[in-house]
Design a protein around this ligand. Structure first.
Ligand SMILES: *[C@@H]1O[C@H](CO)[C@@H](O)[C@H](O)[C@H]1NC(C)=O
Ligand SMILES: *[C@@H]1O[C@H](CO)[C@@H](O)[C@H](O)[C@H]1NC(C)=O
Ligand SMILES: *[C@@H]1O[C@H](CO)[C@@H](O)[C@H](O)[C@H]1NC(C)=O
Ligand SMILES: *[C@@H]1O[C@H](CO)[C@@H](O)[C@H](O)[C@H]1NC(C)=O
Length: 541
């Protein structure tokens, strides 16, 4: 087996000599986490000591862009391609819709498998399930405890997707009825711990932990959290925000458990951890949720910064200068080439059709002088919704908008806490594990990083023409105006033309959206009340 792997590695053009030194990868994907929902971005009402400890001892990605919603974002992460290049640019996969990420796409675990990785997914998939060949254990993962659709109740594990309603929790292909009543975040956390404990560390592990948290659940109980956790946040007056804080604290606790388990197994020193949101936060009641993107504009499923500038960090002892803010631009498509580079591959390993760019050499430049190799971020082009946006260097153009402009404001909690509890971070399981590796976090370094991460919106120039994206595209200098206050379209017509040309250039490479209408035959009532791979039993779809 070892020989086969070694020859595979040579064939693939890699220079790995021993699998034992290849780092483990733990990718923790939060769902719907907003910009201002983590302590390290300044949030005062919500506490995320374990996530913060990773940030302060890792690399904080300050201009990290994700897609505006779940399915497109996850497809970009898995393929390193923009959603317009895989047909995933329009909407999410609803439980009854017979489509998924094209089977012709080679995805992250499949690349890692060729490098000898053991791949496991825990939690949400949302890249197709109407036939089993679209599900994770047929696409490079060895096991899956989790769900296929976009959200679930955290106790009964059902997903209401009107007019249908079905249970969605599985072990590989089997419905996991026995997990009924257990809190989703705990289930996924315990499963991840089990995988790490059982893992033979002589081989590299890829653990993709895609939480349900903090996505809202079903209308009858949108923000499920244990009462004891909700009670801890009596300081938060807004009841929905208080419940959201409780859900998030469970997610943070999970991060602590995972890091602690990696430490117990002596794997932490050879692990790369990524913590990322999939898209911007649903704030102010969007999706019946209560995230905050303060001070950024917009929410999830808009192309304003609040929808696409994501919370993200990379942690690994391999960083030459840990505890730092990376201000270069990164896109979620960049993880695949970055991780492959980090674990020893080179870019002859993946096809040159990808949109992702290897960031690792810039991340880990000893001189700290390297700028991002990425100049352009295509935020999305969705002609069905009539919305498109792209950033090139300092400029961002937004054409059209979603929800008829009803979510084009600034929302969410903005409480900045002067009493940020540094000790809570240092004494969290993650803080302790990191300290045991000799990576130092101090109250001074925390204060410095939090100050550096404070977003200054600058001034609002009221003499400028208002941004009315449904009438005319808007232009922003996104570096000087991160909050998208000042529409410079009329002031800089030449820049505007160049940006339009750039958008057209990308648009010419787009393929048709894969999205299709729901199929009545997916109704969970026909499948023992579960969301099912119904397409395997019917012909033809
Ligand atoms: C990448 O791998 C190929 C195949 O082994 C090798 O020829 C090439 O020199 C490598 N490139 C870099 C930049 O290491
Ligand atoms: C772990 O894997 C190595 C190499 O494949 C093997 O020699 C060893 O016996 C394994 N250990 C356990 C506990 O299975
Ligand atoms: C505000 O916008 C006007 C154009 O409408 C421009 O002439 C002026 O320089 C701007 N002021 C600032 C402070 O940027
Ligand atoms: C992209 O191209 C299509 C087909 O030519 C066109 O209908 C659509 O309006 C274009 N979208 C944008 C955002 O330019």
């Amino acid at each position: 087996m070892q020989n086969i792997l070694v020859s595979l590695i040579i064939i693939c053009g890699l220079t790995l000599s021993s699998l034992a030194n290849v780092p483990h990868i733990v990718f923790i994907l939060a769902d719907d986490l907003g910009w201002y929902d983590v302590g390290f971005h300044g949030s005062g009402d919500i506490k995320t000591p374990n996530i913060d400890a990773l940030a302060y001892s890792g690399l904080i990605l300050n201009r990290y862009y994700v897609a505006p919603i779940c399915t497109p974002s996850r497809s970009a992460l898995m393929t390193a391609k923009y959603p317009i290049h895989t047909g995933m640019q329009h909407g999410v996969i609803m439980g009854a819709e017979p489509w998924g990420l094209s089977l012709e796409e080679k995805i992250l675990p499949e690349y890692l498998q060729e490098l000898g990785y053991k791949n496991h997914i825990v939690g949400k998939w949302h890249l197709g399930h109407f036939m089993k060949k679209y599900t994770p254990t047929f696409r490079g993962f060895m096991s899956h405890v989790g769900f296929w659709t976009g959200h679930q109740d955290y106790y009964d594990h059902t997903a209401v997707e009107r007019p249908y309603w079905g249970m969605d929790m599985r072990r590989d292909l089997d419905p996991a009825w026995d997990l009924h009543g257990q809190y989703s975040t705990d289930i996924f956390s315990n499963e991840a711990v089990k995988i790490i404990e059982k893992h033979n560390a002589s081989q590299p592990l890829f653990l993709y932990l895609a939480h349900a948290a903090v996505h809202s659940a079903n209308p009858y109980n949108p923000l499920p959290a244990p009462d004891v956790n909700v009670m801890k946040f009596e300081n938060i007056k807004n009841y929905k925000r208080r419940r959201f804080a409780a859900m998030l604290s469970k997610l943070d606790e999970s991060v602590g458990k995972i890091v602690d388990t990696l430490k117990q197994q002596s794997m932490l020193e050879n692990t790369v951890i990524i913590f990322s949101t999939d898209n911007g936060g649903p704030a102010a009641g969007f999706n019946e949720n209560s995230a905050s993107n303060f001070p950024l504009k917009g929410v999830k499923n808009t192309l304003w910064e609040g929808g696409v500038r994501g919370t993200g960090l990379l942690w690994t002892p391999k960083l030459l200068n840990p505890g730092r803010v990376y201000n270069g631009v990164m896109d979620i498509t960049d993880w695949l080439p970055t991780l492959l580079r980090l674990v020893g591959g080179n870019n002859s390993f993946y096809s040159n059709e990808i949109d992702g760019i290897n960031m690792w050499d810039s991340f880990n430049d000893e001189t700290l002088s390297s700028s991002s190799p990425r100049r352009v971020v295509l935020h999305n082009i969705d002609d069905i919704q009539g919305v498109a946006a792209i950033t090139v260097d300092n400029w961002k153009i937004v054409q059209g908008t979603t929800y008829n402009g009803n979510w084009d404001g600034w929302y969410g909690s903005s409480s900045w806490s002067l009493s940020y509890d540094v000790n809570e971070v240092l004494e969290s399981p993650t803080g302790l594990a990191v300290a045991a590796l000799g990576i130092s976090i101090t109250s001074q370094s925390i204060e410095k990083l939090r100050d550096e991460l404070w977003i200054d919106c600058g001034i609002r120039n009221n003499t400028l023409a208002q941004c009315q994206p449904l009438k005319k595209p808007c232009l922003f200098n996104i570096l000087q105006d991160p909050c998208e206050y000042n529409n410079l379209a009329e002031l800089y017509p030449d820049v505007m033309n160049n940006m339009k040309n750039e958008l057209n250039k990308w648009n010419a490479t787009a393929i048709t959206p894969r999205k299709v209408k729901a199929d009545v035959r997916a109704n969970p009532e026909l499948w023992d009340h579960t969301w099912n791979n119904f397409g395997d039993y019917l012909s033809p779809i």
